[in-house]
Ligand binder design. Structure first.
Ligand code: NAD
Length: 493
């Protein structure tokens, strides 16, 4: 028997089947992992489990990413990770373990099914059946942040064309493989026209190749409001990393509890399966945590490794258990719950129902399911790139007029000062006296009509700025790509 509740190690549980790196996690992790593994084993899963160490103790032992080298090697070899939730210690210097694993192993797609289980678990939205496909590697999660001036901090939002193409195609292929009818895309491209604009454009381009699937795009704010208000109108939703992170928790909570949510992190060679919730330190050690999210993540993992029969057996037994009113405290509701049980007893109840199917909820079958293909990264002819200007960011605590008089000293035969903005708002020429200004200014130089910008001109501008006493803190070159500006235009231009 696997004893995850008392020790984080596991024995090899079967002599056949794929190898899986298993990490119990922190807080409620060991208890729900023990419960989930018991259910999967009893359900007929064939998995060769390999315990790995990651999480809080590894962080505290001095590994800033929370994972030992041996664990990293194991993940590399098995390519399959079943993971309990991790506690990231408070304080600086600790990197997110999940982000490290996702990026190291190229787990670009985060798939989170969020379905209501009414009437077994009453919810305001009994017909909800949404799958959120979240981009998992890019966006604001690059972890590139800077304090640039006394007042201003910056976080880089990186969105790439290959990243968008891969996740959007995966979402459409997923919809097709799962017999789903619609893919919705959420972005904020009315504001972030280049980054989110690219995600939206790729959605339109790739969506056109899937005439059998309906598609729609929504600005993320109204999309989020509708998801919370009428989730039944959505089917598959694809979105960039940050929106997906937030909204998949919202969606899971709407189904009844975050304790129900499971997720798959999918890459070309590796995959990681986990519950969506955290280590729940407030209830750790009490034996009351809901192991459902991890059990359902196990179901996703069994499907991933082609053990659909065992996956369906476990999933149907789980559905029957909640339908019979055997609930952990987080999903217990008057009128629906017959017996409120702890983690172990819940696992026992699922095991006792293996071979049964639900009677009111729809039973699942994974027979004949096709694997979702991993989209190849397409070759693309590079666009023609032309340097047309430079944005110089300056630290300056005085007035815009003082700054501009110094900036003008950096103009040369080719470059002229075109624009100064503060927090993205134009303050020169023709600024507005009410605009609040910080100490962080963007100063745009462009090539004069009939001249051509080059890097030597950029260096000359910087040297002149240095002489004029402008405290520049970073530069961004302005390029056009096949004639299209690759930069946002200054507000008011
Ligand atoms: P959390 O998800 O751990 O808990 C939020 C609330 O939901 C708590 O009240 C908790 O008791 C409840 N809850 C969560 N899972 C439950 C379950 N299975 N059964 C019953 N109730 C459950 O979120 P948090 O408190 O913000 O985070 C705690 C720690 O977990 C933090 O260190 C955070 O960094 C970490 N975390 C890890 C992961 C991960 O490893 N994938 C994800 C999210 C948070």
């Amino acid at each position: 028997m696997l004893d995850f509740a008392t020790k984080p190690a596991v024995e090899v549980s079967a002599s056949t089947g794929p190898r899986v790196s298993v990490a119990a996690g922190d807080g409620i992790g060991p208890a729900i992992m023990a419960a989930a593994l018991r259910v999967l084993e009893a359900g007929g899963a064939r998995l060769r489990l390999e315990p790995v160490e990651l999480g809080e103790q590894v962080y505290l032992a001095g590994h800033t990413a929370g994972i030992s080298d041996a664990a990293m090697d194991s993940l590399r070899e098995t390519g399959l990770i079943f993971k309990g939730p991790i506690t990231t210690p408070q304080g600086g210097g600790y990197k997110s373990l999940n982000v490290t694993i996702r990026k190291t192993f190229g787990l670009f797609a985060n798939v989170r099914p969020c379905a209501a289980y009414a009437p077994a678990i009453p919810t305001r939205h009994p017909d909800m059946d949404v799958v959120i496909v979240r981009e998992n590697e890019e966006d604001l999660y690059a972890g590139i942040e800077h304090r640039q001036t006394n007042e201003v901090y910056q976080c880089l939002k990186l969105i790439t064309r290959p990243g968008c193409e891969r996740i959007v195609r995966y979402a459409f292929d997923y919809a097709r493989a799962q017999g789903r009818r619609k893919v919705t895309c959420f972005t904020k491209d009315n504001i972030m026209k280049l980054t989110d604009g690219l995600f939206h454009r790729v959605f339109d381009e790739i969506g056109a190749q899937y005439p059998d699937i309906s598609k729609e795009h929504m600005i993320v704010d109204i999309g989020a409001a509708r998801l919370a208000d009428s989730p039944e109108r959505f089917d598959v939703i694809v979105m960039p990393n940050l929106y997906g992170d937030i909204l998949s928790d919202v969606a899971a909570q709407i189904t009844g509890s975050v304790g129900l949510g499971a997720s798959a992190n999918i890459g070309p060679r590796c995959a990681m399966f986990e519950a969506i919730h955290g280590s729940a330190p407030d209830i750790a050690g009490q034996g009351i945590a809901n192991p459902s999210g991890l059990i359902l993540a196990g179901v996703m993992m069994l499907n991933h490794v082609g053990q659909g029969e065992a996956a369906a057996r476990v999933h149907n037994a789980w559905l029957r258990t909640i339908e019979d009113g055997v609930h952990t405290g987080d999903i217990a509701r008057a009128g629906a719950t017959r017996e409120t049980v702890g983690t172990e007893a819940f696992a026992d109840a699922v095991i006792a129902r293996l071979g049964l199917t639900p009677q009111r909820l729809s039973p699942v079958s994974y027979e004949g399911d096709t694997a979702v293909p991993i989209p190849p990264l397409p070759e693309r002819k590079p666009a023609l790139r032309e340097l047309v200007g430079v944005d110089v960011f300056a630290n300056h605590s005085g007035t815009v007029e003082e700054l501009v008089s110094r900036l003008r000293q950096a103009e040369n035969r080719i470059a002229e000062l075109k624009l100064v903005t503060n927090r993205g708002v134009k303050v020169w020429p023709q600024g507005h006296e009410d605009t609040f200004c910080t100490d962080h200014w963007r100063c745009r130089f462009e090539a004069r009509t009939g001249t051509q910008m080059n890097k030597a001109v950029v260096l000359d501008i910087l040297q002149r700025l240095n002489k004029a006493g402008v405290d520049f803190i970073k530069t961004e070159q302005l390029y056009t790509f096949d004639g299209e500006p690759g930069y946002s235009l200054g507000q008011g231009q």
